[in-house]
Design a binder for this molecule. Sequence first.
Ligand code: DGY
Length: 425
Amino acid sequence: MTDLIATACSILRQNDRGGYTVPTARLYPFQWNWDSAFVAMGFATFDAPRAWSEIRLLLRGQWDDGLIPHIVFHAPSDDYFPGPDVWHTRHRVPTSGIPQPPVLASAARFLVDHAPDPALADAEMAAIYPALLRNHLWWHSARDPHGTGLVATLHPWETGMDNSPAWDSAMARVPTDTSTVIRRRDTTHIAPEMRPRAEDYQRFIHLVDHYSAAGWDPARMFASAPFKVADIGTNAILLRAERDLLALAERFGTAAERHAMTTRIARQTAAIAAQWSEDHGIFLPRDLLTDTPIDAATSAGFLPLWAGCVTQAQSARLGATLDLWASQVQRLVPSFNPADPRFEPQRYWRGPVWHVVNWMIAEGFQTAGDMAHASRIRADTLANVTGSGFDEYFDPRNGAGLGGRDFSWTAAILLLQSLQVAGGS
Ligand code: DGY
């Protein structure tokens, strides 16, 4: 374990570009939103000031309306498509124009709770609390303007799970023509069979063109979106983040803010509960344009455990669903139901295991009192890294590493798991 911890620390150092971290060299040469939230927690296990810097630099990309974009283009690079010239946003530091799963408030709470120097943590937290609050308010006003309790996702990249089979049917309605010339760079770094297909990219870029033409205005985007889903992962992560922000608001916020958060939490909890599928034994995403559940059991369907909003009966059933998946693959948690014909064990989010998702699901099972499933998932995470290294994702059939190498968030999760081994949490 000591060697793994040392390697994980050195990967984070090596991917440091001066106060922020790239997910991995070349393939992802900028700062990514949810990657950085996990990276900040990873740094917090050995370098608290550097952990806060990760968050501060991400917030340099925050828009005046509260959006924290999914990419902050701190420095130019030809290694990635689509760059700032495709997004056409107008922020001071160039950014994309869409969000990513909002793990940030949960990461900030983790930094406060694990602070070796509480005075430093208090000062840093007080400085960023207003930005986190504005971001949560953005989620509710921009993505749930009618107050349903579920926020909408308007681009698969916002879910972080870009080419999940969960988006196939909704994406099939999105045209493939683009006004931007597509010059993919990812498939020059990584084998094409581990990445989204050409047709996926045509639709991804069609959506970017569409929202760019809408001037990145939240109301126009929401009203005209050709793709609009309630991602169960994003909604669960936002609910958990809201609860973490509420805990922070006890010290850094006001009574009025706490009251508003409590109201939102109740609404979100009820809305997520309604996404439970007794048939599938898991929570499902929802297509908001057809107003129907999406028939796709993904690893995101376990994330309400992370949000702490499942009943005992649901938790037991989620454990049984995971057992079913475990009978078909060697390593948990595949990103998609391995019994479904759409499962592809090596293609990005259509089957491979992702350690950040594993970590949240394991924490969730532990909170629900199910230590057996929590331990099994953590053991598989460790076995993947021990057997293969700090890859971007892993083949659930055998634990083989896939995608980019020396990956920041894979390193961060190893460091977070090492805390559990050491008896903390
Ligand atoms: C990519 O480029 O693969 C990212 O997932 C989009 O943010």
